[in-house]
Structure formats: structure tokens, C-alpha cells
Design a protein around this ligand. Structure first.
Ligand code: CA
Length: 495
């Protein structure tokens, strides 16, 4: 149990308190809400237009108290030649566009003081071609001195061309599946594995909770057994450094492979099958198949826990690689019901910055990573946003207006997250789907509570005993053990 009250005492240290209200913050028993941030577009603290780590620090009140998130996933912050920074030049450094190590130290100290968890993006499939390891390896290949240069074996050089390889000399190619500037690392090399653990320890020692592992299915080119073996090794080593560390993997592939990846004992893998425009959540909304979604959610939970009894599903609607959901969830009910469904699912939830103000963005990646719209006057991204992005796509409410509008999507997200944080069994209970006699109703029993959504526009009634009915959205009435839910509504039953 970790239920503490942090009181806002005017005139005292305010680092952990919202300056906007005197409402005490009650920390949830379980931290299960991560906020995903692309730092360059989030908040600029020093007026150069580029979002930075001090900007994240300044917005911790927004993330924790205003919105209710309990953790943050920062997309890569290491030095890198690209705007997206998924090609790392120094795994122990901070990209100077985002600030300094001192800025990072301040951010992690503030988050730990608040009881917030920070996970960092760790890109192990490949480095930048400008990483000193690759420069050494490349020079050794060119000079024929690989016998004495260990970095040659950090990468995968071949004397033949294969798909996904880049030519270096007349008869040498290197593996670079994503891009010629992202040479794939040879994760079998013992010395490289030591470097990787040294990097992990460096950040864990600073107080980081864990890592989001990029592109795990590419570690050994879709060879699941080898990918699982590597992840299992990494998991054991990381947990030996910090036993409550949290690891979440990106395995953007078919569901049967994703679920099997849990054999590695990595805590979580992103649930791509439930996410995005084509995923199970949005499909259930469109087809009004609530009961099928609840049944499948139970099945998915049972499947991942058959591989790892401590598995924690990682649920999201959209992320930095996907079209933003406001572009395809066009009416207000769809946006709010999608939020209700995913934000009240078992596991950890990952909310992509800007989703709460219905920011839009689709097509090229830059469009999905545009500057957060804080207010009409905020300058974040005005001069250094992703350079190819189509800024006219955004068209949402500004955060400052949305917070004042009681009917806004923003205030809806805040409410649903507060319900999730209040009842910890929503995140961690064993779930069983319930049949309430209507295929449109999603009803999932989490042990102490039952989450019920009406995914249709019809008014539906059913019989259910309850101690308390918590209304989350829409019109709901209860009399005796009869509960009536109008179209597009959500409630939580406390048993
Ligand atoms: Ca800045």
C-alpha cells in the first residue's frame, strides 16, 4: 500500500504541489498511467522554440495533478543527429537541444519526490552511424584492422549483400534494416552486452524506473526465440540492479507473436492489436460489440499471463508512430467512449501527449509529433518544430481553454483517469467478462469493481447487485438492482 497525502501548504515547498488549487493530492495505490512525451514538441522553457527537459519539469503539475498521470515515457533524449532521435550517438548523454544532464537530474529528482515513474526510450536494435562505435568499426573495416578492433563485432558486416544491408566497400555490406544511418547492433557480442548493461545501470542509478524498449522484434530479425532470449537476459540483469524496475517492449507485429514475447518476462508489451484506427477498441466502438471486446480482453489477459504470471498489458490508443485518434474518431461520443474503454482497461495505459486536447496529425511521422498547443501565446515549436510537419492539421482546443471548459475532452480525460486511479483493481485485478444480456454492453469484472460501457446509442437496462454505482459518462440511473444506461455511457460498479 502506498497511499500518501501530499498537502499543498502555501508558502512552503511547492515542488510537489499544484499552484492552482489547494485540493490535496491523493497518490493512487498503483501507478498505471503513463504520459508519452516527444520532448522537442512538448514545452519550451527558455524561449528558443525547442521543447526541453526543463519544460517537462515545469509541466509536472499539469501531468500529475491536472491530468492525473502517474508516470512519464520520454521518447529518446540522447544526443542524435535527427529530430526524432531514434539514432543515438551517446547512450549516456543528453541531446543539447533538450538541455543538460543537470536539467535531467532536476527532472528525475522532482519526479521521484512526487512518486512519479520515469521510463526512458532505449534504442538497442541499432545505433546512429555517427556513434563512435560505428565510426571505429567502419574505419577498421576500411583499413583491414578488425582483428584488433572489438567494435567491428558490435555490428553485422557481411561479404555479400542481403536485404536490409548497406554497401560500405566494394565487397563489404553492413546490416541497416531501418536506414543506412542506423546500423543494426550485433546483440550476441559479449562486450556490447556489457556496454548495454552499463548504460542501463547508468540511468537506473539516477532514479529512472525503467525503459521502453524500441523495435524488439528486429533485434534478431523476426526470430522470436532469439529475441525472447535476449530480452530475458536483459530483464534478469535489469531487475538485479533494481528489483522493481519496469520494462515495456515495442513489438509491433501480429498478436500471437506479441503475446509469446511475454515468455521473456519483460513486464509489458504494447498492445498494438487493441490500438489505432483498425484496432479492436475502435472496431468494437464502430460495430457496437461491447460484449465481444470484454470477452477478448479477458482472453488476452489470460494469454499473456500464461506466458508470464506478472504480465501487465500496455494499452494505448495512439502513439508517435500512429495517426492521431482525433483524426478518425470524429464525433464527441466516439472520442470520449474510446477514452473510457482504453483508460479503464487492465494493465498500464499510455496516453500520448496532445490526445487529451484532440490534437490531430496523420501521414508522415512529423505530423504525428507536432508541438503541443498550450495557449495562443505559447511559443513551443514556433521556430524548431518538426520541419516537414503540416501544422494546419492540428485544429484542437488549446490546453488553457480546454481546462476551463467543463465539457471538453480534456476534462473528460481527467475524470476517467481519476476513476482509474481511485480503484486500483481496474489496473491490476484478474478480469472476467460478464454477459448482461446485450451484445452492445462491455462488462468486465475486475474483482472489486466492474467496468461497464454501453457502446451503442440505445438505452439498455439490466439487473445487477451493487454497493455503489460510479457514473463516469452519459446518463445512468439505478433503482433497486436495476441499472439503466442511455446510449454512449460508462459506469463503474463497486461491489
Ligand atoms: Ca528550449
Amino acid at each position: 500500500m502506498r497511499k500518501l497525502w501530499i498537502l499543498c501548504l502555501t508558502g512552503f515547498i511547492l515542488s510537489g504541489c499544484s499552484s492552482k488549487s489547494n485540493t490535496p493530492y491523493i497518490a493512487p495505490e498503483v501507478n498505471s498511467v503513463y504520459y508519452e512525451i516527444y520532448v522537442g514538441s512538448f514545452y519550451d522553457s527558455d524561449g528558443d522554440g525547442m521543447g526541453d527537459l526543463s519544460g517537462v519539469l515545469e509541466k509536472l503539475d499539469y501531468i500529475q495533478y491536472d491530468l492525473g498521470a502517474t508516470g512519464i515515457w520520454l521518447m529518446p533524449i540522447n544526443p542524435s543527429p535527427t529530430y526524432h532521435k531514434y539514432d543515438v550517438v551517446d547512450y549516456k548523454g543528453i541531446d543539447q537541444a533538450y538541455g543538460s544532464m543537470e536539467d535531467f537530474n532536476q527532472l528525475i529528482a522532482a519526479m521521484n519526490e512526487r512518486g512519479m515513474d520515469l521510463i526512458l526510450d532505449l534504442v538497442l536494435n541499432h545505433s546512429s552511424a555517427q556513434h563512435p562505435w560505428f565510426i571505429k568499426a567502419k574505419n577498421a573495416v576500411l583499413n583491414n584492422t578488425c582483428d584488433t578492433v572489438k567494435e567491428c563485432d558490435y555490428y553485422i558486416f557481411e561479404k555479400t549483400s542481403y536485404p536490409g544491408f548497406t554497401q560500405l566497400t566494394q565487397d563489404v555490406w553492413y546490416e541497416s534494416v531501418f536506414w543506412d544511418q542506423m546500423p543494426d547492433l550485433n546483440l550476441d557480442n559479449e562486450s556490447l552486452r556489457e556496454e548495454i548493461l552499463d548504460i542501463a545501470k547508468f540511468w537506473l542509478d539516477k532514479g529512472v524506473k525503467g525503459f521502453r524498449l524500441d523495435a524488439t522484434t528486429h533485434f534478431y530479425q523476426e526470430n522470436s526465440s532469439l529475441n525472447i532470449e535476449f530480452l530475458n537476459w536483459f530483464n534478469d540483469e535489469v531487475k538485479a540492479i533494481r528489483n522493481d524496475a519496469y520494462l515495456v517492449g515495442e513489438a509491433w507485429t501480429g498478436e500471437s507473436i506479441v503475446t509469446r514475447m511475454y515468455e521473456s518476462k519483460i513486464d509489458s508489451f504494447f498492445n498494438f492489436g487493441f490500438a489505432q484506427n483498425s484496432g479492436r477498441i475502435v472496431r468494437a466502438l464502430r460495430n457496437e460489440k461491447g460484449h465481444d471486446l470484454a470477452k477478448y480482453t479477458q482472453h488476452y489477459q489470460e494469454t499473456i499471463r500464461s506466458y508470464n504470471e506478472h504480465a501487465i498489458d500496455a494499452i494505448f490508443l495512439s502513439n508517435h508512430d500512429n495517426d492521431r485518434s482525433a483524426g478518425y474518431l470524429l464525433d464527441e461520443n466516439q472520442k470520449k467512449m474510446a477514452a473510457n474503454v482504453y483508460l479503464l482497461m487492465p494493465g498500464n495505459v499510455f496516453l500520448y501527449y496532445g490526445e487529451e486536447i484532440a490534437m490531430r496529425g496523420s501521414g508522415i511521422d512529423e505530423n504525428k509529433r507536432m508541438p503541443m498547443l498550450w495557449s495562443k501565446t505559447d511559443k513551443t515549436g514556433k521556430t524548431f518544430g518538426p520541419s516537414n510537419a503540416n501544422y494546419t492539421l492540428r485544429d484542437p482546443q488549446y490546453v488553457d481553454d480546454a481546462m476551463k471548459d467543463k465539457d471538453s475532452l480534456w476534462n473528460h480525460y481527467k475524470k476517467v483517469i481519476s476513476v482509474r486511479n481511485k480503484y486500483s483493481s481496474i489496473a491490476r485485478g484478474d478480469v472476467i467478462s460478464l454477459d448482461l444480456g446485450h451484445s452492445e454492453l462491455y462488462a468486465l469484472d475486475h474483482g472489486d469493481v466492474i467496468v461497464i460501457h454501453n457502446l451503442s446509442n440505445k438505452t439498455l437496462s439490466y439487473q445487477k447487485d451493487y454497493r455503489e454505482v460510479v457514473s463516469v459518462y452519459g446518463n445512468i440511473s439505478s433503482k433497486g438492482n436495476n441499472i439503466t444506461m442511455e446510449g454512449y455511457s460508462t459506469l463503474v460498479i463497486v461491489k
